[in-house]
Design a protein around this ligand. Sequence first.
Ligand code: NDP
Ligand SMILES: O=C(O)C1=N[C@H](C(=O)O)C[C@H](O)C1
Length: 265
Amino acid sequence: MNISVTLLGATGWVGKELVAAITAAPDLTLAAAMARQAAGQDVGLATGGAALGLTVAGSLEEALAIPSDVVIDYTAPTAVKGHALAAIAAGRAVVVGTSGLTGEDYTEIDEAARKAGVGVIAAGNYSITAALMQRFALLAARHVADVEVIDYASAKKPDVPSGTARELAERLSQVRMEATSRPVGELIGPQESRGATVGRTQVHSVRLPGFVLSCEVLFGAPDERLSIRHDAGSSAAPYVAGTLLAVRRVREQIGLRRGLDTLLD
Ligand SMILES: NC(=O)C1=CN([C@@H]2O[C@H](COP(=O)(O)OP(=O)(O)OC[C@H]3O[C@@H](n4cnc5c(N)ncnc54)[C@H](OP(=O)(O)O)[C@@H]3O)[C@@H](O)[C@H]2O)C=CC1
Ligand SMILES: O=C(O)C1=N[C@H](C(=O)O)C[C@H](O)C1
């Protein structure tokens, strides 16, 4: 069955790749696309491809006025929550790619989705290999008590920690054992040195030129260490397959599902 899609953030780094992939997929139709600066232009031309005969919507209202089955969001951390709640209120299933949402934000989105009877899938990272990092880390956390997350990104990334690191830390916190390191609150010196506590896990964010996005999960045990690391390259191609997998699966559920790894079995 064909799935019609509304894409928010169509002219962005990820959005452009998704326009090409959705229009090439035989089971998907690009029903609407939103980006403010390219409003009124042909979506294909605005994203560096051939004309598609579909005009870029300049606002969320305009985009949601066109019927579709699923709304994808790859916009900005400041906008994504409002977009998701509006799409849910309009009865659409939602796939969240944009980073920056907290656990509390997701609780609110889950409640709204359950009330509206629609599904939402959110993944901090839609790359299959990043999902495998998460899967392996969750397995390791059942056997090794001490774990911390290091989040590396470009100097320009506006949100902290990355969606990848935040989701990973929250998921680790659900399964991990009690750490053996001294509690952060009992340490001598600036507590910020120990990073941010996300759930029950310390996250250390590095923001430097020369990085795209990497995430490292460090496990420590007496006299040994385990490091599981994902490094993203400079193209947005790795996020396409996972995002479209979520688009194809999101209408099977009601409420929120977090993590691409939960779709991999
Ligand atoms: N989950 C995952 O696997 C991944 C997540 N991300 C996350 O996705 C988000 C987008 O990333 P990226 O594609 O690099 O971003 P870009 O800045 O390249 O693109 C953002 C897109 O959204 C639009 N946009 C920006 N701000 C707003 C706004 N306030 N309201 C509506 N539209 C807006 C932009 O167009 P205009 O400004 O003209 O409106 C543009 O089309 C980030 O949070 C990033 O961290 C990125 C890669 C993978
Ligand atoms: O901002 C980015 O660029 C990315 N953000 C995502 C995140 O916050 O985890 C992931 C992606 O690798 C790139």
